[in-house]
Design a protein around this ligand. Structure first.
Ligand SMILES: N[C@@H](CCC(=O)N[C@@H](CS)C(=O)NCC(=O)O)C(=O)O
Length: 202
């Protein structure tokens, strides 16, 4: 497969640290589909991106035929439908978990990250709410090395960028917490060449 972007390569509007963009870049990278990456300044989004996706979130993928895909999970599925050498699409048996990640866990994570914006409760309270999701992950990761089976696949790629964010809020707390299976899983993923390839600073 040609690895040099061309004028007909799809364009990915992305932001390096955005967990949704990270999951999209992981699926694109594993598929080896060539896309042109356009790093977005979230405070000054490009007009070309806003024109094709007025909801104004990253990631956004525009295909050569003009088709726009502006939900991260849809971008993952699109890439893997082009090429799925690691059989990620056969490991999708965790859709309820991904749904929970994207709804209640994401909300609790935002509260924990920005407790000043949500003064109703303390950061510790918000963190405890997040830990309910970590407990679900711990249960899975006690019986297998990754969320679905013994290799990194779709569910891991979809969820891990958010757990990385959770860990970064208070690393000292995270690494001494009782979530040993999640800590081991996160650390294993952070050393994967695939993960590091999508996090390079350009
Ligand atoms: N449901 C969307 C959510 C994407 C999203 O919320 N991305 C954030 C960045 S992590 C964003 O672009 N927020 C708009 C902003 O910061 O202006 C998806 O899965 O792609």
């Amino acid at each position: 497969m040609n690895s040099i972007p061309t004028s007909t390569s799809p364009t990915l509007y992305t932001f390096r640290r955005c967990p949704y963009a990270i999951r999209a870049r992981l699926a694109i990278a594993v598929s080896s589909v060539v896309v042109t990456h356009h790093e977005v300044d979230l405070r000054n989004k490009p007009a070309a991106m806003l024109a094709i996706s007025p909801k104004a979130t990253v990631p956004v993928l525009q295909l050569a035929d003009g088709t726009v895909i502006d939900e991260s999970l849809d971008i993952m599925r699109w890439a893997l439908r082009q090429n799925d050498p690691e059989s990620w699409l056969q490991y999708q048996g965790a859709s309820a978990l991904i749904e929970q990640n994207d709804t209640s866990f994401k909300r609790d994570l935002d509260h924990y990250k920005y407790p000043n914006r949500f003064p109703e409760k303390s950061a510790e309270n918000y963190r405890a709410a997040c830990e309910k999701f970590l407990d679900l992950l711990n249960t899975r990761l006690t019986s297998s090395a990754f969320l679905v089976g013994d290799k990194f696949s779709f569910a891991d790629a979809a969820v891990v960028p958010f757990i990385r964010q959770f860990a970064h809020v208070d690393k000292d707390w995270f690494y001494q917490s009782t979530h040993a299976p999640v800590i081991k899983w996160l650390d294993a993923i952070l050393t994967l060449p695939l993960f590091n390839s999508v996090m390079k600073k350009s």
